[in-house]
Design a protein around this ligand. Structure first.
Ligand code: GLC
Length: 558
């Protein structure tokens, strides 16, 4: 029996379908990619120097996490100046050189826009502090008087997403709202200056030739802060249906309609993808062509390596894409989560101290032990999942280092950690540093070829086994598997359709694409007899026509 899913066939079959609909987008976390000047921080010239590496990998676009001036209270997501490059990372001229080098190799560039909050070092926030209560300068942020007899208590008991209070008191006694770290004051999107400034930022980077934008925390910009403000408990009871005071309000799309005019004033139109952690039933609102045009689907980040979970997620997301007219997005790793090779190498049913069952990522983030990690199993599953995803219609977002099969670094000492989550929860949440450790380029040499000045997060000895030079020379390495898969992937991308083929096994998924290729993934451990076809790619070697456990194969018609 076959079940067919048709996705926007008219758009998808057009020979001029926009590039982003089925792109493989590689995320660079610039401070941990490659360091050209030996200061321990990755930089823009470091990326330019690796342009050939990126071209050889076969990706269609690069997404750069923030490289703007920042005090690094949140790894650069605390932006002090939206239209500049952090001097430690280079200059605007370096940015232009990098853009030219990537464009010359056919690679598009997406940059990160952080509109929910600025850094507390941003000139607007500094002016707001200096100008004092009641000033026009404070109107660009969310300042309130405190509660309690002398206003010494925060206005509400709301918690920041990184832990601790969501309010911080300033010298003259007022409080400001920060949904993230205290160095990240939330902007007031009711203020016309805020609208105008972000339009200018979008034009600034578009004029420089940037192809698209990744929109940080896209679901939290607009807020209804009508007094009296609800308590934390009251807030938790308010449905997130478009009218919640803080999250996923319908009126946020008025902002994106303004941005859409800017995007569409360029040829080709600039693209955008929303980072929106919202009710899955509302994600399509962000992906509409009149809003941001595409939205991340994070469902796989929270899923185990399980055939039925994967199938349900794929089916649901293809339907969501059809609903918005956008294409699906697939994500297994990014700079905010435990690397997928590690998530899949931790026993799937780990229980925490309270006996709660958690998936591998949650387990490690909340202090689970690296001793439980089976590196080889994790990597087999990770490459199987990746090849499964590369076979799907839609666009895939990859995170730097996953092409090396890199694992999470779980044992970073407390005094070398950087993530504000770690500090704001007193170490209860270990945070996201483990996936942000600088990449190993060479098996030997200081900081594994990252740069001459050490690495800003400690690299473990086992990084040598995953170094680019070692994997480059090994025909069977994860890197060479990614290269082959990304090159072959273009062959698959004629139409955005897939057809499920029933396998008679709960732990095996099988689908066909319109070009006649078939993709089979064995999520279990029992070998699976392969259907007819020529093997074009396999994550583990196939013998006697049987697909081993925890592996994916791509088959072409004979
Ligand atoms: C997004 C980013 C994350 C950052 C947060 C605050 O979730 O992906 O890294 O900490 O926004 O900007």
């Amino acid at each position: 029996m076959t079940v067919s899913a048709d996705i926007a066939p008219d758009l998808a079959t057009e020979p001029t379908a926009p590039w982003w609909r089925q792109a493989a987008v590689y995320q660079i976390y610039p401070r941990s990619f490659a360091d050209s000047n030996g200061d321990g921080l990755g930089d823009i010239p470091g990326i330019t120097a690796k342009a050939d590496y990126l071209a050889e990998l076969g990706i269609d676009a690069v997404w750069l996490s923030p490289f703007y001036p920042s005090e690094l209270a949140d790894g650069g997501y605390d932006v002090a100046d939206y239209r500049n490059v952090d001097p430690r990372l280079g200059t605007l001229a370096d940015f232009d050189d990098m853009l030219a080098a990537l464009h010359a190799r056919g690679i598009k560039i997406v940059v990160d826009i952080v509109p929910n909050h600025t850094s507390d070092q941003h000139e607007w926030f500094q002016a707001a502090l200096a100008a004092g209560r009641g000033s026009a300068e404070r109107e660009r942020y969310i300042f309130r008087e405190g509660s309690g007899p002398d206003g010494a208590e925060p206005p509400t008991d709301w918690l920041s997403i990184f832990g601790g209070s969501a309010w911080e008191r300033v010298e003259d006694g007022q409080w400001y709202l920060h949904n993230f770290a205290r160095e990240q004051p939330d902007l007031n999107w009711d203020h016309p200056d805020v609208h105008a400034d972000f339009l200018e930022t979008l034009r600034f980077w578009s004029d420089r030739g940037v192809d698209g934008f990744r929109i940080d925390v896209a679901h939290m910009l607009t807020k209804d802060l009508t007094e009296p403000l609800p308590s934390r408990d009251e807030l938790a009871l308010i449905p997130k249906d478009g009218n919640h005071p803080l999250i996923d309000r319908d009126d946020v799309h008025e902002i994106y309609a303004e941005w859409r005019e800017v995007f569409n004033s360029y040829d080709p139109p600039r693209t955008a993808v929303a980072e929106a952690w919202v009710d899955p039933a509302r994600i399509h609102l962000y992906a509409r062509p009149e809003s941001l045009g595409q939205a991340f689907n994070f469902d796989l980040l929270e899923s185990s390596f399980d055939a039925q979970q994967f199938r349900a997620i794929i089916t649901e997301n293809l339907a969501r894409a059809a609903q918005s007219g956008s294409s699906s997005t697939w994500v297994l790793s990014n700079h905010d989560v435990v690397r997928h090779a590690t998530r899949y190498g931790i026993p799937q049913q780990s229980a925490d101290a309270a006996g709660e069952v958690r998936h591998g990522g949650e387990w490690l983030l909340s202090g689970g032990s690296e001793d439980q990690l089976d590196r080889e199993k994790g990597l087999h599953r990770a490459t199987a999942a990746t090849l499964f995803l590369f076979g799907l219609p839609g666009s895939t977002y990859l995170y730097q280092g996953e092409e090396l099969g890199l694992h999470e670094v779980a044992d970073i000492p407390a005094d070398e950690r950087q993530d504000p989550t770690f500090f704001r929860t007193n170490g209860e949440e270990i945070g996201r540093d483990g996936c942000r450790v600088p990449l190993p380029w060479t098996a030997d040499g200081g900081s594994f070829g990252f740069g001459d000045g050490g690495a800003h997060l400690p690299q473990p000895q086992w990084f040598a086994d995953y170094a680019v030079d070692r994997e480059d020379a090994d025909a069977d390495s994860t890197l060479n598997l990614y290269r082959k898969a990304l090159a072959l992937r273009h062959t698959l991308q004629t139409q955005e359709q897939l057809e499920w083929i029933e396998t008679g096994r709960d732990d095996v998924l099988h689908f066909a694409r319109p070009n006649g290729w078939q993709i089979v993934t064995n999520f279990g451990t029992e070998p699976f007899p392969l259907p007819d076809g020529d093997i074009v790619l396999a994550s583990r070697s196939v013998s006697d026509g049987r697909l081993p456990g925890e592996a994916t194969v791509w088959l072409a018609p004979r």
